[in-house]
Design a binder for this molecule. Structure first.
Ligand code: K7E
Ligand code: CUA
Length: 571
């Protein structure tokens, strides 16, 4: 009966989770940058192809899941996610809820900000590099932080290739786009470019940096760029905060160390930078950014239309469909609801109280996100509050406490907490998409690109995957093709010689929804999923003579325990 899908980042777990809202039940975990024992992510040839070179790492740190748009509405194609730990961006196909592309971003360290083009549709993915490093980072300038920089990157959403980068002043934190396709704004802290905490705390003000996307795209088309080191990615220089910016960038001074940047739906007229170390939020009107780039403003601060005081430790802001903003207050452990129009009136000198409501959350909230709040369809029904500490809310489980995600009903004048949900380390951000905006496949198409390379290999071997159970011997390589159909594997024993490279390809012929099989080869560290009509494969060296059983690891049938076979390895 859930009416929304929730996409939750898995933080240090490196995965993305799918929730049902409002039940707040976890429906699925999608492995992305992590190794996953259940699905065989990081074990199968198909997942290794997606992981690529970065597959050498077993960890990831996901923060900001973003679902693709058409005309600023969720179109259910993809979910994108950043990896702060190993500087990557991944794309998840929402029809099968599996990751299909991962790109390592050059010239930067740590991808934190991640946001998408909203209109006319998501053709660009924007990824902000957080840490500053020498360019190129090849051993030069080790001791000279004044030569450390970071860049904003744009990826092509289809190919997942990096198409341009822009060097900025300061460290990039969070980012969001407008509703016209013209601008991208990012919070930018450490304007002094220090490398220690006291150095980073120096200046009174940091910036929200705005990127003029058409100008950047045009410069790239005109060849007005450089490259860094071995990377071929076009790089544009967007530094120039002291002058307010460049033709590509605008640096809007905002109180020290801003964190969240969130555009207000449904029309995207404003964006809000949440102050973090300042008790304020800064409201910027996108139309005034137009004026700046048209040369009509003298001071970047003229783009600011309000700066409400909201409470201590404002981190992120989300919205309803009635003109209200909701800001998370990390230090106050509260969600504060404030009215944007009233905040603007107050900024213009009127005496008006723009604060509408406050609710205590438990405890130390980070992100918060209201239903559909990053899209035109914003509906003001639910808000998820992702708190960093759970303290006393649940039974103790040792020194490591779960996080606490609370669901708040925001449909009335007063916010009402309706659910506490412990979560495993560590969701940062979340997103709610209307259930009808996502269409998943319950059974794989046989021509699914996810295993197309494996299908092509079978074809070269003259094997029809949907029918054949065959062992192909090719020098020191052995390819074992088998079907699975509950409760049988098509091959129940095969023989190889010690030292041979074995590839096992399993095709699940079951066409019944929910009849998944698994293939586990005992004492070989091999286990993987094979869902209805899916083909999965694994390659390893048979290095242990003897009898090695394989079994179906997904309970599929009354005779599931009997669904097994033997690999016989000759000494
Ligand atoms: Cu605030 Cu990585 Cu979005 Cu965590 S970030 S909270
Ligand atoms: Cu097939 Cu269990």
């Amino acid at each position: 009966m859930d009416t929304y899908y929730g996409f939750w980042s898995g933080g240090q777990s490196g995965e993305v989770r799918v929730f049902g809202i409002p039940s707040m039940r976890e429906l699925m975990r999608i492995p992305v940058f992590n190794f996953d024992s259940a699905t065989g992510w990081g074990i199968t040839n198909e997942s290794k192809r997606v992981l690529g070179e970065g597959g050498a790492f077993l960890n990831g740190d996901t923060h900001h899941p973003k679902v693709s748009y058409t005309d600023a509405r969720y179109d259910g194609r993809w979910c994108f996610i950043n990896d702060k730990a190993n500087t990557r961006v991944a794309r998840i196909r929402l029809d099968i809820m599996r990751t299909d592309k991962i790109t390592t971003i050059p010239n930067v360290q740590s991808i934190h900000a991640l946001t998408l083009q909203r209109v006319p549709k998501t053709e660009r993915v924007y990824a902000g590099g957080e840490m500053i490093i020498p360019l190129p980072n090849d051993g030069r300038h080790l001791e000279n932080p004044k030569e450390y920089w970071t860049l904003m990157s744009a990826l092509d959403a289809e190919t997942m290739e990096v198409v341009w980068q822009v060097i900025v002043d300061g460290n990039l934190d969070n980012a969001d786009t407008d509703y016209t396709g013209k601008y991208l704004a990012a919070s930018c802290y450490n304007s002094e470019r220090g490398v220690t905490l006291p150095e980073m705390m120096g200046p009174e003000r940091d910036w929200a940096v705005v990127f003029n996307l058409p100008a950047i795209e045009q410069a790239v088309r005109d060849g007005k760029y450089t490259t860094i080191g071995d990377s071929k990615v076009p790089v544009i220089d967007g530094r120039g905060a002291a002058q307010g910016g460049t033709e590509y960038t605008l640096y809007i001074p905002v109180p020290r160390s801003p964190h969240g940047i969130n555009t207000a739906p449904p029309d995207g007229k404003y964006f809000v930078a949440s102050g973090k170390l300042s008790p304020t939020c800064t409201v910027v009107e996108w139309a005034k950014v137009d004026d700046w780039f048209a040369g009509k403003l003298n001071d970047p601060r003229d783009t600011v239309v309000a700066e409400p005081e909201v409470g201590l430790g404002p981190l992120h802001t989300t919205y309803d469909n009635r003109g209200n903003a909701y800001t998370s207050l990390f230090l106050d452990s509260q969600v504060v609801k404030w009215n944007i129009a009233d905040a603007i009136r107050a900024y213009n000198g009127e005496s008006v109280n723009y604060i509408r409501d406050r609710v205590d959350v438990h405890y130390q909230i980070g992100h918060l996100k209201a239903s559909l709040a990053c899209s035109r369809d914003v509906d003001g029904k639910y808000l998820a509050a992702l708190s960093k500490f759970s303290k006393d809310r649940f039974l103790p489980v040792g020194p490591f406490h779960p996080e606490n995600d609370q669901l708040i009903d925001i449909s009335g004048d007063k916010m009402k907490i309706v659910h506490d949900g412990p979560t495993y380390a560590e969701p940062h951000d979340a997103l709610m998409v209307r259930a009808d905006q996502i269409r998943t496949k319950q059974i794989y198409d046989r021509d699914d690109p996810f295993f197309a390379e494996t299908v092509a290999m079978a074809k070269r071997d003259g094997v029809v995957l949907e029918r054949d159970n065959k062992v192909i011997r090719d020098g020191n390589k052995v390819r074992v093709y088998m079907t699975s159909l509950a409760p049988n594997f098509g091959i129940t024993d095969f023989k190889v010689k010690k030292g041979q490279e074995v590839t096992i390809v399993v095709t699940n012929l079951d066409e019944i929804e929910d009849v998944s099989h698994g293939f586990c080869l005992v004492n070989h560290g091999i286990n993987f999923e094979i869902h209805p009509q899916q083909t999965s494969s694994v390659t390893f060296v048979a290095d242990k003579p003897g009898v090695h059983w394989y079994y179906c690891s997904w309970f599929c049938h009354a005779l599931h325990m009997e669904m097994n076979g033997r690999m016989l390895v000759e000494a």
